[in-house]
Design a binder for this molecule. Structure first.
Ligand code: ADP
Ligand code: MG
Ligand code: MG
Length: 874
């Protein structure tokens, strides 16, 4: 079969997007359902790819095909391109498969030259209009096709307006426009060293090439990257006969949404401009009018438009974004597409469309981008205040949300400020576990160093606290308590604002709006729960986070880290005593002090979780992290412990490690100091017994971290089990507990059959697993991963989006091996990936029982899990 590269609008339809581009497919669809679309044809994306494969030349047979469609169009309209009577004018419009609004180029009024402009003026009896169109064409063609900077033409235009003391472009007379055209041609010659092309065919081919080229302009590339659009799709080119909104006061052009794109309200929302063309509406040269003004001005055209908007919405079953032009009171539709919208509007529109019986619940669920829900789960800045605010730096959007407060440079100052009732922002070079209290009390956190999974980022996301991390342009001076950004100095107590969703840092305070999971949002989430099969748990270390997660309908705790509990003011001395003890007796004494406090922690969490499973990870970080670094505290400690100062210092130095992440941590701690895990196991089971006695159901899961060898797990499990069973046997209760492991070391995946012999469950700790699979340090990888993604060496930061190819393969191996030995083994994931939609889908496909994510991502995971299941049904 001969291949076809050009389609008339009446030959295509809306399902041909990959060939005709979104704009072309929808122009075809609208033509076929009888809407007033100016006729034309589409050159396919295949032709664009052919052009790139052919060293950027349009092949002769494709040129022929274009010309033959042009002839058909001329016959149909009884007009001729460049004709000296009734000339045909064209628009040449880009149109990619996925809409990339404003990213690529369009040329209007093509076909005008010194002869056809006279003919146009005679045919329409409107000289001013003809010359206005000609100057617009020269301007657009020169910019888009020839790359002459726009401002050169704009300057010439401004100069005439200034000389004549005109306020608007529309004040120019036809004589002014003729003079302006002369100026424009001069600019063209000066820049290109050739006359402005008078041959319309030449104009057309140059314009088509320009659109093909615009596929690869930098802003289009960036847009594709941000929106995950492949680079090899190419753009189609739509050649369409022109209609004119610039014919005078009975003409105009506009854009409208069938519903409000920021709230979703079911009310036509749009703007139009009289006597205008193309981009005038958005360019802000004159202020457009609300669409409702059209009602009185041109009632027929308005009513027809309203009717068409509802035809289109019903046809596409979604909110439409429609471009239109009115030429002498006659309405033309130039484009329709599914309208871009905020998360709030997306939810309201989807739920309303279900209520209006236009789509079903499943379709509504599929319509919402889970990632977009983030906007609704954190307070955000008011649009108006944001516009006024000054951006002073940009870092990584580490944890979404919006916060304003006075800057403080250490945890203690933040806590004190919060106690005084101030709003405080913790600013650090980077955070460490010692900063926890400051992080809790802060409105937001800003760090100069660190990546998306740095301590600050992970902990802040867990708390649902706004955090901007890895912001290299700010210089943080923790000693003198100031931030420097070039010449700007911000001192302790001065206000800044952080947007954790964009990474922007603002000077001063910015006003905020609040969060709620109610109304249509709640309704949509209830639908999602109907269709999801994967359980959604949460990562929560304290009763407050657990309660937040339950509000968002978490079905259990998938990861309760115990180390943060150790940092609280009342217990850190005992923790340090335990770590620095010389003898077992000393250590046991210190642990004895910690036991009742840990018991209370677990008791409270179990109580809040009220019968839902709670997975507790025993102590994981290297012990050195708990030790003090400042002389003052070390001195105090030597007094409390009654040990010589130098001896204490020596013991602290002894615990230092070159590579703590790969050092003495996780289950390795319990192999050398079994009594630590023993105390924790005791605390867990005693806490469980206490709540059980109050009639609350309790399902503790005890998780041993960092296992890489089955014997590690067996040794620890046997010990923990003995401790627990002894306690239970003395009480008149039964507690359903399980013991399992976090799978986070590659060797654990590879020997999962042996490990499964000892484990009731596997929970994939994909933060560490990613770190150890790639060999990238979580805390340092931020420095180079950006470049990896820019250079397309990696598709995404693997700490953010699970690497299915490598890490995923290890998970797959672990599941298969694990199930060989224990077919009922319970499987979950508790890394940061548990709340990332594409990773959630992967977990669903792998057959995990649950994913666990920070409380504020629970709704995102619920929606992603529902979508994964619905997708698998078709
Ligand atoms: P974008 O994809 O950037 O929206 P378009 O191809 O839609 O670019 O063109 C931009 C504008 O040019 C349209 O909104 C419309 O106002 C104007 N335009 C495009 N084609 C025509 C045409 N055939 N007649 C009149 N105006 C047109
Ligand atoms: Mg458009
Ligand atoms: Mg880990």
């Amino acid at each position: 079969m001969e291949s076809k590269y050009v389609y008339n609008f009446d030959e295509g339809n809306k399902d041909m997007k990959s060939l005709l581009g979104g704009k072309g497919a929808n122009l075809a669809e609208m033509t076929n359902i009888g809407l007033p679309v100016p006729p034309g044809f589409t050159i396919t994306t295949k032709a664009c790819n052919d052009y790139y494969d052919n060293e950027e030349v349009i092949r002769e047979d494709i040129v022929k095909e274009i010309e033959s469609h042009l002839v058909d169009l001329e016959i149909k309209l009884n007009k001729k391109l460049g004709g000296n009577k009734n000339p045909l004018l064209l628009s040449v419009r880009s149109g990619a498969v996925f809409s990339m609004p404003g990213m690529m180029d369009t040329i209007l009024n093509l076909g005008l030259n010194d002869i056809s402009v006279v003919a146009l003026s005679e045919a329409t009896g409107n000289e001013r209009f003809a010359y206005d169109s000609y100057r617009r064409f020269i301007q657009m063609f020169s910019d888009v096709a020839m790359g002459i900077p726009k401002y050169k033409f704009e300057n010439a235009l401004d100069k005439i307006k200034e000389n004549k003391e005109y306020k608007f472009d529309t004040d120019l007379t036809s004589d002014d426009l003729k003079e302006l055209i002369k100026e424009y041609k001069k600019i063209y010659i000066k820049e290109i060293k050739q006359e402005f092309p008078q041959d319309p065919k030449e104009q057309l081919m140059l314009a088509i090439k320009a659109v093909f080229k615009s596929w690869n302009n930098p802003r289009a590339r960036i847009y594709r990257k941000l929106n995950d659009i492949p680079n090899n799709l190419g753009t189609a080119v739509n050649i369409q006969s022109m209609v004119f909104g610039n014919m005078g006061e009975t003409s105009g052009t506009g854009v409208a949404f069938t519903r409000n794109p920021s709230t979703g309200e079911n009310k036509l929302f749009g703007e139009f401009l009289l006597n205008a063309q193309g981009e005038d509406v958005v360019a802000g040269i004159r202020t457009p009018k609300d669409i409702s003004y059209l009602k009185d001005l041109m009632p027929n055209a308005f009513n027809q438009f309203v009717k068409i908007t509802s035809i289109l919405e019903n046809h596409y079953k979604d909110m439409q974004d429609i471009e239109f032009t009115i030429e002498n009171e006659k309405l033309y539709i130039l484009q329709t597409r599914n309208g871009k919208r905020t998360a709030k509007a997306a939810i309201n529109v989807a739920v309303d469309l279900v209520n209006e019986n236009i789509i079903d619940e499943k379709e509504a669920i599929m319509r919402i981008d889970p990632k977009q829900l983030d906007q609704l789960l954190h307070p955000s800045f008011e649009d108006a205040s944001l516009k006024e605010a000054k951006i002073i730096a940009k870092g990584l959007p580490a944890s979404p949300g919006a916060s304003s407060g006075k800057v403080y440079f250490n945890a203690q100052d933040v806590v004190e400020a919060a106690n005084r009732g101030e709003e405080a922002i913790l600013v650090r070079l980077e955070t460490s576990p010692e900063d926890i209290e400051g992080m809790v009390s802060a409105q937001g956190i800003l760090t100069a160093r660190g990546g998306m999974t740095s301590h600050a980022a992970v902990v802040a996301r867990g708390m649902g606290k706004c955090c901007v991390a890895g912001c290299p342009e700010i210089k943080v001076d923790e000693i003198n308590k100031e931030i420097k950004i070039e010449d700007l100095v911000i001192r302790e107590g001065e206000y800044i604002s952080l947007d954790g969703s964009t990474g922007h840092v603002y000077l001063g305070a910015v006003n905020k709006t609040e969060v709620s999971l109610t109304g249509n949002f709640e309704k949509l989430m209830d639908w999602a729960d109907k269709y999801k099969t994967l359980m959604i748990r949460t990562n929560a270390d304290n009763p407050k986070d657990a309660a937040t997660a339950i509000k968002f309908k978490a079905e259990g705790i998938g990861l309760c880290r115990t180390e943060h509990m150790f940092f609280e003011e009342d217990r850190i001395p005992a923790v340090r005593e335990m770590i620095l003890s010389k003898t077992l007796e000393q250590r046991l004494r210190a642990l004895e002090k910690l036991l009742p406090m840990q018991r209370k922690d677990f008791f409270e969490i179990f109580k809040v979780m009220d019968g839902r499973s709670v997975n507790i990870r025993l102590l994981d970080p290297p012990l050195h992290e708990f030790l003090p670094h400042d002389d003052e505290t070390i001195k105090e400690l030597s007094k409390i412990m009654d040990i010589d100062l130098n001896e204490i210092k020596r013991r602290i130095a002894n615990l230092e490690e070159f590579n703590p992440m790969l050092g003495h941590r996780g289950c390795r701690l319990a192999i050398t100091f079994p009594e630590i895990y023993n105390m924790q196991a005791k605390a867990i089971i005693q806490g469980a017994i206490e709540v059980a006695k109050q009639g609350v159901k309790v399902y503790p899961e005890i998780m041993i971290p960092l296992v890489g060898e089955a014997k590690e797990l067996k040794t620890i499990k046997d010990m923990v089990k003995e401790t627990i069973d002894n306690i239970i046997s003395e009480e008149d209760v039964t507690i359903d507990y399980t013991i399992g492991t976090m799978i986070e070391v590659p060797r654990a995946c590879l020997t999962a059959d042996e490990i499964a012999e000892e484990a009731d469950f596997f929970s994939f700790g994909t933060n560490d697993l990613t770190q150890m699979t790639f060999g990238y340090s979580r805390d340092d990888a931020g420095k180079f991963l950006g470049e990896y993604v820019n250079k397309e060496i990696l598709p995404k930061d693997p700490f953010e989006v699970l690497d299915q190819t490598g890490v995923g393969k290890l998970i797959d191996i672990a599941i298969k091996l694990g199930k060989l030995v224990n077919k009922d083994i319970k499987l979950g994931i508790c890394g940061e990936h548990g709340g990332e939609p594409s990773s959630v889908e992967f977990c669903y496909k792998m057959g995990l029982n649950y994913v666990s994510c920070s409380p504020f991502r629970v709704p995102i995971a619920r929606l992603a899990a529902a979508q994964a299941h619905i997708k698998s049904l078709v």
